[in-house]
Each structure stands twice: as structure tokens, then as C-alpha cells.
Design a protein around this ligand. Structure first.
Ligand SMILES: *Cc1c(COP(=O)(O)O)cnc(C)c1O
Length: 414
């Protein structure tokens, strides 16, 4: 398989490992469990440590199995390099640890994954000023910028209320101001959307979710798209400026974010994720069509008060989503009418499983305010548009008729 030909998304992912030549002709990159890497020549060991030649040093900073997955994610995002982490939060935490210092300012969408929201509260406690804004309108982001703003952080489709950030205009704003633009692409995945196309410099993927796709491995990644000029970033240590500026960001993140904090991806997990990634496109097609059918059915039901799904014409960012995304993804949420007990409803479902993961092959469903957003309290929930009765669904790849039937039957009992 030649690097030159423009293969499609799935062909590229399926054959990516083989391009580098896998040991013994294996079709899957083997699971390398060795923590240390020995060298016959001690001088070579030294030169690997000094970054003068490529090679592996110690498992916390990477190994061949993880490196193969990093290449795969880089291909998916069409970036210049990727670093994998033990979890999606490990990846986002590394952005904070490696790139921000006391006195810095950052702008974040207020519509966020709950633990990212919690992490930004921690950052605020450590002297990083975080402005939370409604990022569905670039004007709010622009109004929050200060001379100390180092980065802007948004999710593509926000979990759980599905607000879609003003992705393209925020990208143009960041470019004009020389600000690093970080986009969490977990809900869209690189199959539905490439943040690079709207000017993102760093892309976060929680590999745990749709990329791994089977709920059997935790993982996260940061991809440098090559769009951001690290010459403009004031906090790169001299140590990480040895290579070309395009490498500076990842060099500092691998050392300060991964090596020093140690949220390293396990090789077994990397293998599960790499195998899952082979069918990402197929699963996203199926789950998007299932989700659209379910969203339409719920919206037409008199017992349902509201449905949030970017594929519905009633969604405030339906137009922009259609322009930017290949389809609308697996995440939807809805509210039942007042007086209907959401727990009784959930307990009547036979296929959809009450559980908190996203992007699994199975449909998972969760009452948001009582579980994943419980800790943040009613005031912050209200500011994020989360009603106490909100139910989140991560739509799986079940047969559409079975899935709709499950929800229809459960609603009929309300
Ligand atoms: C799940 C999730 C994360 C965190 O990923 P973990 O692997 O669970 O740590 C980050 N961002 C988004 C949008 C997520 O859905």
C-alpha cells in the first residue's frame, strides 16, 4: 500500500500498520508489554535519550503498540503527530499541565463533558483564569478574550445537550489572534468531522468512546494538526525547541503532560482501541441513522417535552451541523413531560441499558442530573441548559426496528 494514493477513511485505517512493516507479517500490531527497551550499543541508548535518533526509552513515554495507534489517529485526523493517554481526561489534563501557567487565561465553552468542567475548576484554583462562554456564538468567545488568553477550548457536539460550537468562526478568530484552538472531537470523531478543517491546532479524542467503540478499553489522544504555529506560544521551554517549531507542542506535551504525570495508555488497551477503530466509519453510519430515527420518533411523541439532536430541523445548530459534519452522530438527549417519572421509564426499557459510557455498540441511557452531572449542583446544571429530567442516550448499532420498538413500548407505559 503506497502512501501516495488517496485511499478512503476505512481503507487507510485498516492498512495503516502494515505500511510500516509489522513484525513477522502480523496483520495486527502486536501487543508489546515490555516496559524497558535494551540497546546493544550504550551510545545508541544515550542518543535515543537525547532525542538524536528515534527509539523507545521507557514504557511511560510510549511503546511500539501505542506508537502504531498514534499513527492511526494521526491519519484519521490528518495531523502531524499524536500522543495517546490512558484516558480522554488524561489527554485534556495534559493540555492543562503542559501548556498553562498561573496568570494565564483561557476561554472554554460552558457546554462541556462534566469532568472537563471539573478540571477547569481545578485550573482556576491553580491560578489559571477560565472564562466559560456560550460557544455556539463566536461573539461570546471574542468578548471573553484578554491579552493573557492562551487557548480556546470547545467540544464539537456538547455532551449531553448537543449544543454545537460555532466551530468555523471560532477557528478564524483564533487564527487572527494567534491563539491555540483546542477542539474535543469525541462526539463527532474524525469520521464525521476533522477539526483541522476549521483551524484547530490540537484535537482531543476520548478513544474510550466511538473510536474504540466497544466499551472494553479506556484511552485518549491529542493530535497536533500542524495548523498552529508554536513560535507564537509563549510557554515552550528551551528544551523542546530543538526540532522544527512544528514539533514543539507535542515535544512539550509528551514530556510535561505524559511523562511527568504518567497517564500512559496500556498496550493491551491500545490494541483493543486499534481493532475497534477499524470499523469506526461503519459504526458511525449505523449509529447516526439509528439516532436520527429515534430522535424523530421521540419528537413526535406527546409524552416527550423536548428532544436535542443536531439532525433534527428543530435543533438550533441544525444548519451548521449539516454543513460541517458528515452525519449527526450517536448522542441525543430528551426530556419527558412533567409528571412522568424518568426512572420508571428507564426501567421499562429492555434493550437500552442504564449506564454511563458513550459511543458503545449497545444503546446506553442515563438520567443526567441524577448521575454524571449530580456533583456540579442545580445552579451550574441550569447554566448549562441541563433540566432535572434530562435523559441522555448513546445510540448503539442495534437493528433500528428493535431499538425504536424498545422506546415505543417503554413510552406507552408512561
Ligand atoms: C468521555 C469524554 C471525555 C473523557 O474521556 P475518558 O476516556 O472517559 O477519560 C472527554 N471528552 C468528552 C466529550 C467525552 O465524552
Amino acid at each position: 500500500m503506497s502512501d501516495k494514493k488517496n485511499y478512503g477513511f476505512t481503507t487507510t485505517i485498516l492498512h495503516n500498520d502494515r505500511q510500516k512493516g509489522i513484525e513477522h507479517g502480523s496483520l495486527h500490531k502486536p501487543i508489546h508489554t515490555s516496559v524497558a527497551f535494551g540497546y546493544g550499543d550504550a551510545r545508541q541508548l544515550a542518543s535515543v535519550f537525547q532525542g538524536k535518533e528515534p527509539g523507545f526509552r521507557y514504557g511511560r513515554q510510549g511503546n511500539p503498540t501505542i506508537s502504531a495507534l498514534e499513527d492511526k489517529v494521526t491519519k484519521m485526523e490528518q495531523g502531524v503527530g499524536t500522543i495517546c493517554f490512558a484516558t480522554g481526561m488524561g489527554a485534556i489534563g495534559a493540555v492543562f499541565q503542559a501548556l498553562l501557567r498561573a496568570g494565564d487565561h483561557m476561554v472554554s465553552s460552558s457546554f462541556l463533558f462534566g469532568n472537563t468542567n471539573s478540571l477547569w475548576q481545578t485550573a482556576a484554583g491553580q491560578g489559571v483564569d477560565v472564562a466559560f462562554v456560550d460557544a455556539t456564538d463566536v461573539a461570546n468567545v471574542e468578548a471573553a478574550l484578554t491579552p493573557a488568553t492562551r487557548l480556546v477550548f470547545v467540544e464539537t457536539i456538547a455532551n449531553p445537550r448537543t449544543q454545537v460550537a460555532d466551530l468555523k468562526r471560532i477557528g478564524a478568530l483564533c487564527k487572527a489572534r494567534g491563539i491555540l484552538y483546542v477542539v474535543d472531537n469525541t462526539m463527532t470523531t474524525p469520521y464525521l468531522f476533522r477539526p483541522k478543517d476549521v483551524g484547530a491546532g490540537l484535537v482531543v479524542n476520548a478513544l474510550t468512546k466511538s473510536i474504540g467503540g466497544h466499551g472494553n478499553a479506556l484511552g485518549g489522544s491529542l493530535t497536533d494538526t500542524g495548523v498552529y504555529d508554536w513560535n507564537q506560544y509563549p510557554h515552550i521551554y528551551e528544551n523542546y525547541k530543538k526540532a522544527a517549531p512544528a514539533q514543539w507542542g507535542l515535544a512539550q506535551i509528551r514530556a510535561k503532560g505524559l511523562r511527568d504525570f504518567g497517564a500512559s495508555l496500556a498496550p493491551e488497551a491500545a490494541h483493543h482501541i486499534a481493532v475497534g477503530a477499524e470499523t469506526l466509519a461503519l459504526r458511525m453510519e449505523r449509529t447516526s441513522s439509528n439516532a436520527l430515527a429515534l430522535a424523530r420518533m421521540l419528537e413526535a411523541d406527546e409524552r416527550v417535552a423536548a428532544v436535542y439532536y443536531p439532525g433534527l430541523a428543530s435543533h438550533p445548530q441544525h444548519g451548521i451541523s449539516g454543513e460541517l459534519f458528515r452525519s449527526y452522530g450517536s448522542l441525543l438527549s430528551f426530556e419527558l413531560k412533567d409528571g412522568i417519572d424518568c426512572f420508571d421509564f428507564l426501567n421499562r426499557l429492555k434493550l437500552a441499558i442504564p449506564a454511563s459510557n458513550l459511543g458503545d455498540t449497545r444503546t446506553l441511557i442515563i438520567p443526567v442530573a441524577h448521575t454524571i452531572f449530580y456533583e456540579m449542583g442545580p445552579v451550574r446544571r441550569a447554566s448549562m441548559g441541563i433540566a432535572e429530567s434530562l435523559i441522555r442516550v448513546s445510540v448503539g448499532i442495534e437493528d433500528e426496528a428493535d431499538l425504536l420498538d424498545d422506546f415505543r413500548t417503554a413510552l406507552a407505559g408512561c
